[in-house]
Design a binder for this molecule. Sequence first.
Ligand SMILES: Cc1cc2nc3c(=O)[nH]c(=O)nc-3n(C[C@H](O)[C@H](O)[C@H](O)COP(=O)(O)OP(=O)(O)OC[C@H]3O[C@@H](n4cnc5c(N)ncnc54)[C@H](O)[C@@H]3O)c2cc1C
Length: 484
Amino acid sequence: MASLLRAATWGLFPWRGYCSRGRKGELSKGFVEALKAVVGSPHVSTAAVVREHHGHDESVHRCQPPDAVVWPQNVEQVSRLAALCYSQGVPIIPFGTGTGLEGGVCAVQGGVCVNLTHMDRILELNPEDFSVVVEPGVTRKALNTHLRDSGLWFPVDPGADASLCGMAATGASGTNAVRYGTMRDNVLNLEVVLPDGRLLHTAGPGRHFRKSAAGYNLTGLFVGSEGTLGLITATTLRLHPAPEATVAATCAFPSVQAAVDSTVHILQAAVPVARIEFLDEITMDACNRYSKLNCSVAPTLFLEFHGSEKALEEQLQRAEEITQHHGASHFSWAKDAEERSRLWQARHNAWYAVLALRPGCKGYSTDVCVPISRLPEILVQAKEDLNASGLTGATAGHVGDGNFHCMLSVDPEDPEELRRVKAFAERLSRRALALHGTCTGEHGIGLGKRQLLQEEVGAVGVQTMRQLKAMLDPQGLMNPGKVL
Ligand SMILES: Cc1cc2nc3c(=O)[nH]c(=O)nc-3n(C[C@H](O)[C@H](O)[C@H](O)COP(=O)(O)OP(=O)(O)OC[C@H]3O[C@@H](n4cnc5c(N)ncnc54)[C@H](O)[C@@H]3O)c2cc1C
């Protein structure tokens, strides 16, 4: 499959100076030596097992290994690597922690995978300005561990312990976005190595202001660019004060509709929830088994509230009234930090819990996001369609943002099942587009949603994106085959 794809796209880039004669797509010995001269021999690998490891993420997309993997130690090396690849027409694929769900690191045309995990320093903490600068190997958990005694934290939390620059690259979010926003709201500046090796600071070197009206928003352009415009070698992030007090709660509902109606009602009543997550009965059953919980097997909301003790009391009372109005039962609070952490760990492990229902299968996650008022109808329809299609799947999501996932388990060796999963996902995405939503709230376009992106932003939208891409990456070397 990988060689077929490579052959199909080969004509687009007829001259590949890095190839060994007669063996299209493989790196010449001289080119590998040149890579070693930049980062040192121990930091270059062409071993099959290493290339395989870097040719896939957590998605169902088939592994497509790069021709070599390199581990730069600093931004100068990244810049020299990019310039070297650029001069020889070699594709470059940035690699964070490989937790993506859209095949973003698959090397569809081969090339060099740049694994950025060795660059893992926290470069600068500005507590009074609520900002921090981190290298691409720093993960969200590592940052929050570092911040533990500072009274600050970084709230964006995709379930996985992803790299913060990978999260910027995918425009990630997670359970806290309803109150604290997504990566789009929390990245203040990016240091980017452009495909030809030049260094760009999207908001100007060293700047970490809250607001700006200075020209085009280059930071916004690179957040969510999925490695197709450049390599992010540092990100400046906005930090938030750690909440004075926190309470989590779960409540079970008689129906999906009642749970989602409650969500809309809580938001409309302006209760400042920090998290409001929906898990359907299948997800709850899977979480009970996988994470040893003892919750009701019913459509459930997981909520969290942040604030002063007094504010929390009011928020809790208001939320409880609303959920009871919609028929909620089994309302239980978790004030204790250990109990809260157990609940949220179970929520973050929901993906693995659902996969464990069918051992040996891979997971496919849909990611639609709709205006909040349209959430009840699309969620109920998605569940009905899932039941009718005979697929194995569960539904969970960040319902406070109108974003939810159908997590389907699929046998990757069964083409018929894969076809049905893809057809279901496309139907759901098109339903979201018809409701003025998007096909992806947080996972990105990657390999599989390029057609849907065209339908979402229209011909002129895609044309404009292609023009921007061609201007920054005229040879089409940055993570080819993704997004556009
Ligand atoms: C269990 C589980 C739960 C998840 N839950 C969520 C969730 O709730 N919300 C959410 O948003 N996501 C979620 N994800 C998806 C994933 O964690 C995010 O997409 C994350 O942002 C990927 O980061 P990464 O470092 O692993 O990137 P990778 O998978 O390594 O790469 C992803 C893409 O970004 C590019 N990239 C990576 N690093 C850089 C860089 N430094 N410069 C330029 N491009 C780069 C890659 O080329 C690729 O295209 C989940 C994944 C799992 C496995």
